[in-house]
Design a protein around this ligand. Structure first.
Ligand SMILES: Nc1ncnc2c1ncn2[C@@H]1O[C@H](COP(=O)(O)OP(=O)(O)OP(=O)(O)O)[C@@H](O)[C@H]1O
Length: 241
């Protein structure tokens, strides 16, 4: 379970995140939704300490994240970056193996895990493991980014626009595969998107943000049927996309 309490983050004159609090229950997929610049990515990055808050507290499974060294903390949290963030000079296999290697898994176990994940994500070890990311399509790169985040089977996953760089057809296909992936069903997930449809398709609950603040947090049905204000109502109807 993740709890974020009264998070604040300023950059110069901008208050990027302004008193944001939420919980993500165990096994839940909470989606941070909102227009560009509303503070979604900054919120996400505070959870694995890529950005340090100016105020507020975050706990993951009961532990204050500031009690752990950032690199140790990040080994226990899967992170799918915007634009996939694969290392271009590492092969697919090497990219996926990064965290298991840091955790000093033996070679055989790492190879088995890479094979298993590539299979689950509709890629093949024989065809793809030895390639560098630039030899893959955008959709394949996103899948490898997801495999990398899942490699050491972390209980918590942070995903920043995981389907963002894709054309609509690929986007929908990967989203469907994602929704069906058994490994993801038991994970506690915080995902960022600006896409209403995507949020409503994947979220257990949606946290709609605007200008650094939460406007409404609820199930997709609650946002649709009981919008807190005009902004929520317009956003849900797609008028802000
Ligand atoms: N490192 C930084 N330095 C200065 N300003 C920043 C920095 N990171 C974010 N900001 C500002 O903070 C605000 C929130 O940015 P953030 O990236 O969190 O929004 P977002 O909702 O994720 O947007 P997007 O969907 O475009 O990524 C924006 O005004 C942005 O310009």
């Amino acid at each position: 379970m993740i709890t974020a309490s009264h998070l604040v983050k300023r950059f110069d004159n901008t208050v990027a995140v302004n008193d944001v609090s939420f919980t993500v229950n165990e096994g839940e997929n909470l989606v941070l939704l909102g227009t560009s610049g509303c503070g979604k990515t900054t919120t996400l990055r505070m959870l694995n300490r890529l950005t340090e808050p100016d105020a507020g507290k975050i706990t993951i499974n009961g532990k204050d994240v500031t009690a752990l060294q950032p690199d140790i903390l990040r080994r226990g949290i899967g992170y799918v970056m915007q634009h996939n963030g694969l290392f271009p000079h590492y092969t697919v296999e090497e990219n996926i193996a990064i965290v298991p290697q840091l955790l000093q898994w033996d070679k055989k176990r790492i190879k088995e895990r890479v094979k298993e994940l590539l299979g689950k994500l509709n890629l093949s070890y024989e065809q793809h493991a030895h390639l560098f990311p630039q030899a893959l399509s955008g959709g394949q790169q996103q899948r490898v980014g997801l495999a990398r985040a899942l490699a050491a089977d972390p209980p918590v996953l942070l995903m920043d626009e995981p389907f963002g760089a894709l054309d609509p057809i690929n986007r929908q296909k990967i989203r469907k595969d994602f929704a069906e992936l058994e490994e993801l069903k038991k994970k506690t997930i915080l995902m960022v998107t600006h896409d209403v449809r995507e949020a409503f398709e994947l979220a257990d609950r949606v946290c709609l943000m605007d200008q650094g603040q939460i406007v409404q947090l609820g199930t997709p049905a609650e946002l649709r049927e009981q919008p807190a204000n005009e902004f929520v109502s317009a956003f849900v109807k797609g008028q802000y996309v």
